[in-house]
Design a protein around this ligand. Structure first.
Ligand SMILES: Nc1ncnc2c1ncn2[C@@H]1O[C@H](COP(=O)(O)OP(=O)(O)OP(=O)(O)O)[C@@H](O)[C@H]1O
Ligand SMILES: [Mg+2]
Length: 239
């Protein structure tokens, strides 16, 4: 069964603006699925509909067989979302925030401590976790958002431009974490403008232009002996 299935999904903002137009996507267990497209193409709109923070106009979205519209709680239990600009509770410390998220997902104290330690060490933010989030840089907030997303071992991890602002070591660790999750049967769906990272990291990719998917499939089939950058530029110029 697909971990994420998007079927003929469309989103019209304020009556006329069609930001997503009849999109269908299939993300399976073990997939690292890249979602690429120019500014304003409809990536964040689609991602926000998938994770249930934005209502949509037409179509259906299923997470592990559960309808995002009809069974939002079932979907949220198994999904994690890292937005492009993590908006965390600034007056909490990093650790208090992570504890709060672990409470929401009902994670046992031993398990949560072990997971927080593992990921905080990997992302080199352990020492800052006792400081208030208001004192964090963008990258530090991004790291806390990543740990909070991993705390309940989601089946589906959805991220909007996750590499923006991360230092090289953290970006490397995030890629490792994505691979580890997918080996265990989860799936990752993320948007990015960094095409060489997507080309190396993703086994599947979809290119969106003006709300429509212009091409999608396995990276191997799509890229062939070209680069993803060439395929992208050709695709958005002629489609
Ligand atoms: N709240 C909103 N109300 C009206 N139109 C919106 C709203 N949010 C986004 N849009 C429009 O929808 C389209 C898609 O925007 P979206 O944010 O999904 O693009 P994106 O692919 O994520 O772009 P970027 O790469 O810049 O992040 C754009 O034309 C944008 O102007
Ligand atoms: Mg966006």
């Amino acid at each position: 069964m697909s971990v994420l299935k998007v079927e003929n999904y469309s989103k019209i903002y304020s009556g006329t603006k069609k930001a997503a137009d009849n999109i269908s996507l299939d993300v399976e267990s073990g997939d690292i699925y890249g979602f690429i497209g120019h500014n304003g193409a409809g990536k964040s709109t689609t991602i926000r509909a998938i994770v249930g923070v934005l209502d949509f106009t037409d179509g259906e979205i299923y997470i592990d067989g559960h309808s995002v519209k009809k069974e939002p709680l079932e979907c949220k239990k198994i999904t994690a979302y890292i937005p492009d600009n993590p908006d965390l509770y600034e007056n909490l410390t990093g650790l208090q925030y992570l504890d709060f998220i672990a409470d929401v997902f009902d994670i046992d104290s031993d398990v949560r401590q072990a997971r927080i330690k593992e990921y905080a060490d990997k992302l080199e933010i352990t020492d800052a976790l006792s400081d208030p989030i208001s004192s964090y840089s963008h990258g530090m907030k991004q790291k806390v958002a990543i740990i909070s997303a991993l705390i309940h071992e989601p089946k589906l991890l959805v991220m909007d431009e996750p590499f923006v602002g991360l230092d090289p070591k953290a970006a490397y660790m995030l890629k490792e974490i994505m691979h580890d999750m997918c080996k265990k049967g989860s799936a990752v769906f993320f948007s990015t403008h960094v095409l060489d990272v997507a080309e190396k990291l993703c086994n599947k990719v979809a290119i969106i232009k003006e709300g429509k998917i212009i091409t999608q499939g396995t990276m191997e089939d799509l890229v062939g002996d070209k680069s993803l950058e060439e395929v992208f530029l050709e695709g958005v110029n002629i489609a």
